[in-house]
Structures are given as C-alpha cells and as structure tokens.
Design a protein around this ligand. Sequence first.
Ligand code: FES
Length: 181
Amino acid sequence: MSSPDHSDSPSRRSFVKEAAAVVAGGIVALVPAAAGLFAWLDPLRRKQGAAGFVKVGTLDALPADSIPRKFAVLADHVDAWTKSPQVPVGAIYLRRLKDREVVALHSICPHAGCFVDYRDTAKDFFCPCHNSTFAQDGSINDPKSPSPRGMDTMEVELRGNEIWVRFQNFAAGHKEKRPVA
Ligand code: FES
C-alpha cells in the first residue's frame, strides 16, 4: 500500500510561488536601499582619501639660511557631512637650503607622538617627552635617543613663490615610516 504523493499539490505550488515572490520583492527593495546607504556614507569614503598637497607658506617668509622654522598646516576639514575651511591639522618645520630648495619635517616625534621643539642655541631638535634629539636635517642626533627613526620628511613643491607640502601623518614607534590615513 503506497501513501499519496502530495509533492505537486496545488497548495505546495502556491507556497513556492509566494516564497519566490517574497524573495524577489526583497531583492527589489534592497537594491535602492543599498544604493541610498552607499550615497549616504559617501562623505566618509571621501574623508579617507589620499593625503594631498597643502599650501603652507611663501618663500618670502622663509630665509635661505637652512634654519628650521615652524609653520602651521591649515586644510579644509571634511567631517562626515560638513566642511570646515582652513582649520589647523598639524605643524611642520621648513628649512630653506638654497633659493628654491625647501625641506619639510613633521613636528611630531616618531617615538611616541609628542611635539618636537627646535632649540636655537643647540641648533637641534629636542623632544621633551623622553629626550630624543635630532640634528637640523631631522636625523637622530644622539644614539641614545629612544626614537626609532629620524624626523619624518614630506614632499615639497614650489609653485612660484608658494610652498606646498604633501602633509601626511606617520605611525609612531616604528623604524620605518608608515603613513596613517
Ligand atoms: S615621544 Fe619623543 S622621545 Fe618619546
């Protein structure tokens, strides 16, 4: 005696059709929702873009005597959904070696992230947190300095009289420069 086969019954066919309709409807509803979410998060994606050049000063403000001078770095700050023009984002030291040769050094100590001071009398850089010292060119001055590397350099571009720097932060505590977003 065999049991009746209900595999192709009208109720089962109807259930499969309804389930398929629900899945298809879900997909149709999800696609625009995902696109909307993507667009909504777009400012967050743009915020993580590559570091660009910022104008830091002019050659008139930097004598060609190779002595480091500190400059504030201002840039447009793009928050998730707002844009604030020209806010301080860091500080750098610039040295003008020749008429059109400028070097940029980050003011953050590569040891643990404190601010580095330039000492006019000693003609060196000094980090007060753990006493790292750096030569005028940013290299490690004292072998006993705890900093694992010299001060971080950044790319400089002279556009006429203007000094532009590819401002970038780097992770502290490593022997090599590791850019951070
Ligand atoms: S943070 Fe500069 S020496 Fe430690």
